[in-house]
Design a protein around this ligand. Structure first.
Ligand code: DAH
Length: 366
């Protein structure tokens, strides 16, 4: 009962000059707080003058709401003063915080990921480029197109007749042993194969069109060979064929010298040395002056001053006969060489497997 009495006395005291939690004497702090917060919220953020005026009105030293409440506390019985003091402190702190927040101006947008800037530079996208063998093929195609040749291609899976027989290499001919062949398990045994050279495309072109013919044939070829520094079971060749009236060995020699110089980008001497190929008569191996020592002799050219590039010769009459071209009316020359080999010489790349290992250091260097 005594509790009830005390509480009842305090409640009535709110109007009679006794403090309660949110009122100090005759000052209604709850009402004043609501009024002050509304006034602060209605003030433009950062409007210092208006906010200063509000501070004076509610918290100022002399006539403000807080000043009046403080005065009223002094009139309270000592037992009621602490609670009234706490209520006033809470009021003051809340109003000051609201004023300070309003003075700070508009609330900045929350910090998130930076906005997307479409004009900013990026990491870039690394672009690939053509493989050195393709670059070499294209460079040579350019050189020959400049001399009036046309680029043609043929199948990589070939038949025995085009790859050997029509090229004057009949079954049992020792020249077959020079090109270890990979046969495909199709049709008659040993009749379908991965072409061992690009020369069968000579045959296909001469079957399909009549002279004059000026073509080059780039392409991939296959041999049953063990990989070593200079040999690979897969590599690329470029074949050339010219058939016209009165073609001579001189035309062949001049053509080789022209393309070798164009490919290496400066005058490079070439030479033809007697050799043997079944599909040319006479036949030769052609070599270029060593581009590393200018013919003086070095390790690359085995101190000969010359580097063998490929084979060539005048088209054998038997080949013309196989494709139905009259060797009495037409003559021609042919040549063939390895693309990797000339690329190795021009760019100093070794060994040959570098071309197809796909090591990024090689791929990006060339
Ligand atoms: N086909 C020959 C080889 O792969 C290269 C060759 C020699 C091609 C003489 C020719 C040529 O056109 O006339 O070894």
């Amino acid at each position: 009962m005594s509790d009830t009495t005390t509480s009842g006395a305090a409640t009535s005291g709110a109007t009679d000059g006794v403090a309660t939690g949110a009122s100090v004497a005759t000052v209604d702090l709850d009402a004043a707080r609501a009024e002050a917060l509304a006034a602060i919220a209605a003030t433009a953020p950062g409007d210092a003058d208006a906010l200063d005026a509000l501070e004076r009105r509610y918290l100022g030293r002399r006539t403000s709401v807080a000043a009046r409440a403080k005065e009223a506390i002094k009139d309270l019985p000592p037992a009621a003063r602490p609670e009234a003091g706490r209520a006033l402190s809470a009021f003051t702190a809340e109003i000051r915080a609201a004023l300070d927040a309003r003075r700070a101006g508009p609330v900045p947008a929350p910090v998130g990921p930076p906005p997307l800037d479409l004009t900013a530079g990026g990491h870039g996208r690394r672009r690939g480029h053509l493989h050195l063998v393709t670059q070499t093929r294209r460079a040579l195609e350019d050189v020959f197109c400049g001399m009036g040749y046309e680029v043609v291609e043929g199948p990589e899976v070939e038949d025995d007749w085009h790859n050997f027989e029509a090229l004057n290499i009949p079954p049992g001919h020792p020249a077959r042993a020079m090109q270890d062949t990979l046969y495909v398990n199709l049709g008659e045994p040993e009749q379908v194969l991965l072409r061992t050279h690009t020369s069968p495309v000579q045959v296909r072109v001469m079957q399909a069109r009549r002279p004059p013919i000026y073509v080059v044939v780039p392409g991939r070829v296959y041999r049953n060979e063990t990989l070593d520094a200079r040999h690979s079971p897969v590599f690329h060749q470029l074949e050339g064929l010219a058939v016209d009236r009165h073609i001579t060995f001189g035309d062949l020699a001049g053509t080789i010298e022209a393309f070798v110089s164009a490919f290496f980008g400066r005058p490079v001497r070439s030479r033809l040395a007697p050799s043997y190929f079944p599909f040319t008569e006479p036949s030769a191996e052609f070599a270029a002056e060593c581009v590393f020592c200018d013919g003086a002799g070095c390790r690359v050219c085995s101190h000969t001053g010359w580097i063998e590039l490929g084979g060539c010769g005048l088209v054998d009459p038997n080949v013309f006969a196989a494709v139905g071209i009259d060797p009495e009316r037409w003559s021609g020359f042919a040549f063939g060489f390895g693309l990797e080999r000339v690329a190795m010489l021009r760019h100093g790349v070794e060994p040959i497997k570098t071309f197809f290992e796909n090591d990024l250091r090689f791929l990006s260097a060339y």
